[in-house]
Design a protein around this ligand. Structure first.
Ligand SMILES: [Zn+2]
Length: 274
């Protein structure tokens, strides 16, 4: 599933083709959303935002389209009148004079009024978005100390969108490795310096991934690996999908474990339980 950085990059592309433009046609595949087409036609798109893994497309009349890509949803932007050559089902189209923003395969789409945001079942329970500029270390330290979260295992906690929004499996694995923490540790067990390392990694890695289209490895090291012939996928991560390969810090083999139904990658030497 795309994580916060990937959704924000997709939102940037969508924004570049529809913001500030009047939507001359909005089309929904789902019958339940058809009544909204006439309410959005002829209205300017004023913002495209992300909330964790969800996207909000705001219109100047106070309506907004909520979409969540889940596993398979994917946005495309094309010159007006064109379509990508793909075998997917179109679910939402926002056309203007120059461009079309097209969402394929997603099923979690709704039209909301601004006033409904706070009661939306998914949005209302989201924690602070790690990519938002207002999310800082003090806020994350307070989250770790909160009684709702302090006794949860970090491996499950980091991907709980109610704790913080935007982290998924690859970011969880990479953050815990960079912070030197085992996924079964709980916030209440961490020392002060460990909390600092964890919250620094929670802020730094998603932002670096957003800026670099997915690199959570040390940037200098990733570029050295690619200069030496490694492809992007094998250079971008420190532990994720590196099972059996040597840890970049200590040389021990990276292990793969299933945690909460998802494969988790870690170095047993660098990420101890104490
Ligand atoms: Zn190691």
């Amino acid at each position: 599933m795309p994580e916060g950085p990937e959704i924000r990059r997709a939102a940037d592309v969508v924004a570049s083709c529809i913001i500030g433009q009047v939507a001359n046609e909005v089309w929904f595949a789902f019958e339940r959303l058809k009544p909204f087409e006439a309410l959005l036609d002829g209205v300017e798109v004023c913002a495209v935002e992300t909330r964790g893994k969800a996207m909000l497309t705001r219109f100047a009349n106070g309506l907004l389209i909520y979409s969540h890509n889940q596993l398979y949803g994917r946005w495309y932007c094309c010159p007006a009148g064109e379509r990508p050559d793909i075998q997917r089902q179109l679910r939402l189209a926002i056309h203007n004079r120059k461009s079309s923003a097209l969402l394929y395969s997603a099923s979690d789409i709704a039209v909301l009024h601004e006033s409904e945001l706070e009661t939306h079942p998914f949005l209302s329970r989201l924690g602070p978005d790690v990519l938002n500029s207002t999310t800082d270390q003090a806020l994350l330290l307070a989250r770790l100390a909160d009684r709702r979260f302090r006794n949860r295992q970090l491996g499950g906690l980091l991907v709980d969108q109610g704790f913080v929004a935007g982290l998924g499996n690859y970011l969880r694995c990479e953050i815990l490795f960079v912070a030197g923490l085992h996924p079964r540790l709980r916030p209440a067990q961490l020392t002060g310096p460990q909390r600092i390392q964890l919250t620094e990694a929670m802020l730094h890695l998603p932002r670096q991934s957003y800026e670099t289209a997915g690199i959570t490895n040390d940037l200098t090291h990733a570029h050295e690996l690619m200069a030496a012939g490694a492809d992007f996928e094998s250079a971008r991560f420190q532990v994720f999908r590196r099972e059996g390969l040597p840890c970049y810090r200590c040389g021990a083999p990276i292990m793969k474990q299933v945690l909460g139904g998802q494969p988790t990658y870690l170095c047993r030497q660098c990420q101890k339980m104490i």
